[in-house]
Design a protein around this ligand. Structure first.
Ligand SMILES: *Cc1c(COP(=O)(O)O)cnc(C)c1O
Length: 446
């Protein structure tokens, strides 16, 4: 690994700007007053957090409000129903109504976020009769690990509602306890070869803190791959280049690689703009120089990346940078879903049109994929069979391992946006039918 020393430019220290900074941000980057008012109002309900890099290098302010990164980060018109918007405006600005605000905010948030029922309970593992809340074990080889100190992000995406659970415990002793529980679980489950560290975003942690979570894994022989799910390479590439502990972070990565394990940075990129800056490219090169690999994934989001050329540019850019295009996800029914959703049929058309433009080696991208209760389901295409138009689907991962790899068909409904809205063909095998129906009972998954 070649570690270059970078002078730290003044003002490049990470600072999160929340709703209280909105007025200052809008003074520096003026938008039409009506839009500013919507942003102020909606940020009472929707997630809002941004940083200097996203503001001054990623957003194209001359294209606001259509700019994809602006759409990704700033709450705006259409993300709340007109009824909710009016109810909110009444208590936020109406004289003497301010005391009612928290209740209205809470009600709207709950309606946006059908609470993860079932799914969380479904995959929470236990050890010695005790539930391990920071873990999720759904697919045989892979455990998801959510360190509490990684439960926030460098910037929030407006379509994400995970931030509602962003309540980190900052106590170091807690981190040690969490890592210890994970290791005990892994010793009891030698079938687990992959640990996926996720959040929020684990890369909001300092190198020192991250080490508390990663180092103990290196003592578990059965763990062969460690993945880190992160948006930091897109939202704050400084994390790997100029932050005070950037070099320590890369040394930690290298230590994982030197242990003989695969370290995969699962980078969340939504748009090619996020690859366009020098520092974004430097961050990728520095990560790869440790021997870590990079895989890229993102959901398909209306107003942000529902454009075949934009997707092709994103995936080709990832490939050129040395990373592997991996998954294009279908957005789930949380947050302002009506604003952001792309129906399955349209998602497939966009995917296919982008895929056709890619060089063969960049066709490692798979999608559109629903990460649903019974497993990961890909839309493979449309087919005309016996005069009927069908959607062709396939399990990429099954909660029930026997489902993995199995194809199935549904009637081609142009409006269907999720698995539970599909009408499966008569004659679909009972195990597939049962698995897909289980989605009806537990709407939510991550
Ligand atoms: C997507 C996912 C994984 C990883 O699946 P891969 O296909 O191996 O990338 C693991 N656990 C859960 C719960 C997932 O949703």
């Amino acid at each position: 690994m070649k570690l270059l020393t970078h002078p730290t430019p003044i003002g490049s220290r990470f600072e999160a700007y929340g709703p209280s900074k909105l007025d200052e941000i809008l003074r520096r980057f003026p938008v039409p007053e009506e839009l500013a008012e919507t942003i102020r109002l909606f940020s009472l309900v929707l997630p809002f957090r941004v940083n200097e890099y996203v503001l001054s290098e990623l957003i194209d302010w001359t294209r606001v409000p259509e700019d994809p990164i602006f759409q990704l980060v700033f709450p705006q018109d259409g993300m709340l129903s007109k009824a909710d918007e009016h109810a909110l405006a009444k208590v936020a600005t109406g004289p003497g109504r301010r005391a009612e605000l928290p209740a209205v905010v809470k009600r709207i948030r709950q309606s946006l976020n059908p609470h993860p029922s079932g799914q969380l309970e479904l995959n929470v593992p236990s050890l010695d009769g005790e539930n391990l809340r920071g873990l999720q074990h759904k697919y045989r080889q892979t455990v998801l690990y959510f360190p509490q100190q990684g439960q926030t992000c460098h910037t929030y995406c407006t379509y994400c509602f995970r931030w509602a659970q962003f309540v980190g415990d900052q106590d170091l002793r807690f981190a040690v306890k969490e890592a210890d529980e994970l290791v005990r679980y892994l010793h009891a489950h030698p079938e687990v070869t992959d640990v996926l560290v996720t959040g929020g975003d684990p890369m909001v942690m300092s190198a020192e803190r991250l080490r508390v979570h990663l180092e103990p894994l290196l003592a578990v022989d059965t763990v062969r791959t460690i993945r880190i799910g992160t948006k930091s390479v897109a939202y704050w590439p400084q994390r790997f280049v100029t932050d005070a502990d950037a070099d320590d972070t890369l040394r930690l990565y290298q230590q994982v690689v030197d242990s003989g394990r695969t370290l995969a940075v699962m980078a969340h990129y939504s748009h090619a703009r996020e690859l366009s800056t020098d520092i974004a490219q430097q961050a990728i090169q520095r990560i790869l120089s440790t021997g870590a690999r990079m895989y890229c994934q993102s959901p398909l989001i209306a107003h942000v990346n529902d454009d075949a050329d934009a997707l092709a540019e994103l995936w080709a850019g990832e490939f050129t940078a040395g990373a592997v295009p991996y998954y294009l996800f279908v957005a789930r029914d949380t947050g302002p879903h009506d604003y952001f959703k792309v129906p399955l049929s349209r998602a497939y058309e966009l995917f296919a049109a982008a895929y056709r433009q890619l060089p063969g080696l960049a066709r490692t991208i798979r999608g559109p994929v629903m990460s649903a209760t019974p497993g990961k389901v890909i839309v493979d295409g449309t087919a005309e069979i016996g005069g009927e138009s069908l959607l062709q689907l396939r399990f990429l991962q099954g909660r029930e391992p026997a489902l993995t790899g199995r194809p199935f068909f549904a009637r081609h409904d142009r409006d269907a946006a999720w698995l539970d809205e599909l009408d499966l063909l008569p004659g679909t095998p009972p195990d597939i039918l049962g698995a897909v129906r289980s989605q009806l009972e537990t709407k939510e998954d991550r």
